[in-house]
Ligand binder design. Structure first.
Ligand code: PEP
Length: 248
């Protein structure tokens, strides 16, 4: 049985003061969660988030990490820096990073390797655009993104990877993939993991759905056999909404 994992992606939202407030609202609401609970805050809020969540069931993640250990990479943050803060998870390859910041399958792969080498757990985002979907390229895109992101990563390291299937057209748009479509796409990703590794690895890896998941559609999505959790953007910014998803 795969343990579900619900992660909030705060994106570029919440100051330190707002972070402390939101976490303190959230703590009592998710304390009995039957899944892993993660919040991925902006870099500036990580230290406060780690302090506020100490001794709770809420884990903290970052939203990106650089592939180099250190050096002349102005504006970037290394895995070691995150680890030193006490960060446990990091989102890599989010579609907004791919769309606005030139992230490629190759840079995603390099970041995944650096994060794993530093013992961070990775939430690896993949997903097709609307154009790719309309051209019938879902499978091609998902197979390519999964294969490229996992290049050079061995089976044992997969334990620290969660894949988030996020159809780009469903992110922040209020449009959700139907639970059947989401399940079918995640099956493609799981079958790809089976081909790259083996069936055991495929059955073990947790694959989330992300894209306008909220309190009203979480239960239906989470009831699907291939869906092991959610990556939640907008609905993670309100304690009550995020808690309702966590307690789906
Ligand atoms: C996301 O940012 O990963 C996401 C799924 O956003 P939203 O829930 O707002 O669509």
């Amino acid at each position: 049985m795969r343990r579900p994992i619900i992660a909030g992606n705060w994106k570029m939202n919440n100051t330190i003061a707002e972070t402390r407030k939101l976490i303190n609202e959230l703590k009592p609401l998710v304390k009995d969660a039957k899944c892993d609970v993660v919040i991925c805050t902006p870099f500036t809020s990580l230290a406060a988030a780690i302090e506020e969540t100490k001794g709770t069931n809420i884990k903290v993640g970052a939203q990106n990490v650089h592939w180099a250990e250190k050096g002349a990479f102005t504006g970037e943050i290394s895995a070691k820096m995150l680890l030193e803060l006490g960060v446990e998870y990091v989102i890599i390859g989010h579609s907004e990073r791919r769309q606005y910041f030139g992230e490629t399958d190759q840079s995603v792969n390099a970041r995944v390797k650096a994060a794993l080498a530093a013992s961070l757990k990775v939430i690896l985002c993949i997903g097709e655009t609307l154009d790719e979907r309309e051209k019938g390229l879902i499978e091609e895109v998902l197979v390519r993104q999964t294969t490229e992101a996992l290049k050079g990563i061995d089976k044992a390291q997969l334990e620290d990877i969660i894949i988030a299937y996020e159809p780009v057209w469903a992110i922040g748009t209020g449009k959700t993939a139907t639970s059947k479509d989401a399940n079918d796409s995640i099956k493609i990703v799981r079958d790809t993991v089976a081909k790259l590794y083996d069936e055991e690895a495929a059955q073990k890896i947790r694959i989330q759905y992300g894209g306008s998941m909220n309190p009203s559609n979480a239960s239906e999505l989470m009831a699907m056999p291939e869906i092991d959790g959610g990556l939640i953007g907008g609905a993670s910014l309100k304690a009550e909404d995020f808690a309702k998803v966590v307690n789906y």
